[in-house]
Design a binder for this molecule. Structure first.
Ligand code: ACO
Length: 400
């Protein structure tokens, strides 16, 4: 219409769909979710099977290249990633410019963005070799950047990657090793962290993945796209929920009455009070990842000999919520984030690192989705419509 309020375009009708609840913005062959049945599959493989039998890098290959790797392919992939773990010394100086109080997610996103400045000759999204080497660089360097963000926050010296170690072992050493004494990698932590990373690797068109695809649709480079995805993940309604859950459990201060009081505050919809780690846009029955995480929480705490009162509060909160009509009617169940924080805490990670761990987990999914969009002839620059609600055309006031 002449007043600019029309919302039809040459393609026909436009639907107002806040949060894209009913709108598919892409086609994808990577991840399948049936939220009602609680099913999650990567490339057709069930998430529980992958978590039990596979490794982070094997699943990364599966997501990115479409099939499980042969042993030789996996060994070559692993070797390439080990060879690319070092950060340019100048990039290490980048951390000095940031305050030690900076949130590690902000440091992570900023450093990934800065990473692109070192590889300007291999950023062309149309050059398969450039995409390949960027894939390896991102997978190799993100954990190192993450560990440096951690070290920066606690004021310790950055460790060099130890390429004789596996991906997860190396990551743990980068975080918890010091120059003062040798670091023994605990195999229980390695297995538990590997499993958690697998569970996070992809989750179809969530907010951060959609962000990565949207930025990628402009033909911006993969580092820029992933950096934007990290920012999207940082929000408490998305990846930031794992940090928010631990803060919530801490705020509840004890079991029994205080748990009930908290539940009442949630039900009364007090501003800013939600049961963090509960509810999901897609899972309205249960989150299959949450089951595996809950088992892992029990195993890790038992193996480490840690008894954490926060785990008791979490269990009590879960039971109270699952028996309460408010949560049952709205189909609110624990999501993956409800128990992950308790495990990360037992491993020794500070709360502010939790979402960073999610980002490392999600990286292969972001890369796979970016690459899929980048080679799909159906991809167009993302450009949602809007429903204009402002004033109609009006004359410029002559009295001004
Ligand atoms: N606590 C209390 N009430 C909730 C919660 C919660 N965690 N989640 C949803 N609700 C309520 C809503 O208030 C709404 O109630 P109403 O119908 O009376 O208005 C109803 O349940 C439906 O919720 P929506 O917000 O419409 O659901 P949506 O699909 O848009 O949101 C989301 C999903 C963002 C995950 C939401 O459940 C939430 O905020 N959960 C807490 C944060 C969290 O754990 N995020 C992690 C998600 S998983 C991930 O990113 C890995």
């Amino acid at each position: 219409a002449a007043d600019g309020s029309s919302f039809t375009r040459q393609t026909g009708l436009t639907f107002y769909d806040p949060g894209f609840v009913n709108t598919a913005a892409t086609r994808s062959a990577i991840t399948y979710i049936d939220g009602d049945a609680g099913i999650l599959r990567y490339r057709g493989y069930d998430i529980a099977d992958l978590a039990k039998n596979s490794t982070y890098l094997e699943v990364a290959w599966l997501l990115i290249y479409g099939e499980l790797p042969t042993p030789a392919e996996l060994a070559e992939f692993d070797e390439k990633i080990r060879r690319h773990t070092l950060l340019h010394e100048d990039l290490k100086q980048f951390f000095s410019a940031l305050p030690h109080t900076a949130h590690p997610m902000s440091m992570l996103s900023a450093a990934v963005s800065a990473l692109s400045t070192y590889y300007e000759d291999s950023l062309d999204p149309h050059d398969p070799e450039a995409v390949e080497i960027s894939t390896i660089r991102l997978l190799a360097k993100l954990p190192v950047i993450a560990a440096y963000a951690h070290k920066k926050a606690i004021g310790q010296a950055f460790m060099f990657p130890d390429n004789s170690l596996s991906f997860v072992e190396n990551f743990l050493k980068l975080n918890f090793g010091t120059f003062a004494e040798p670091y023994e990698v605990n195999p229980v932590l390695v297995q538990a962290l590997d499993r958690l990373l697998i569970l996070h690797e992809d989750h179809e068109q969530n907010a951060s993945t959609s962000t990565v695809r949207l930025v990628g649709s402009t033909e911006a480079n993969i580092f820029a796209s992933i950096s934007a995805g990290i920012h999207a993940l940082s929000g408490p309604l998305h990846g930031g929920a794992n940090e928010a859950v631990l803060n919530m459990l801490g705020d509840i201060r004890g079991s029994g009455e205080s748990v009930q009081k908290f539940i009442e505050r949630v039900k009364n919809k007090e501003r800013g009070v939600k049961l963090m780690g509960f509810g999901h846009r897609v899972y309205k029955n249960f989150d299959p990842r949450a089951r595996v995480v809950k088992e892992s929480a029990d195993e890790v705490l038992k193996d480490l000999g840690v008894s954490d009162p926060l785990l008791d509060i979490a269990r009590e909160l879960e039971q109270a919520a699952l028996a309460d009509d408010y949560f049952v009617e709205r189909k609110l169940y624990p999501n993956i984030d409800f128990y992950t924080g308790v495990i990360y805490k037992a491993m020794g990670f500070p709360t502010r690192m939790f979402t960073v761990l999610f980002a490392i987990g999600r990286l292969p999914g972001w890369i796979a989705q970016w690459r899929e969009a980048n080679t799909d002839p159906g991809t167009k620059i993302g450009r949602p419509q809007q429903v204009y609600t402002g004033p109609p055309a009006r004359p410029w006031p002559t009295s001004r």
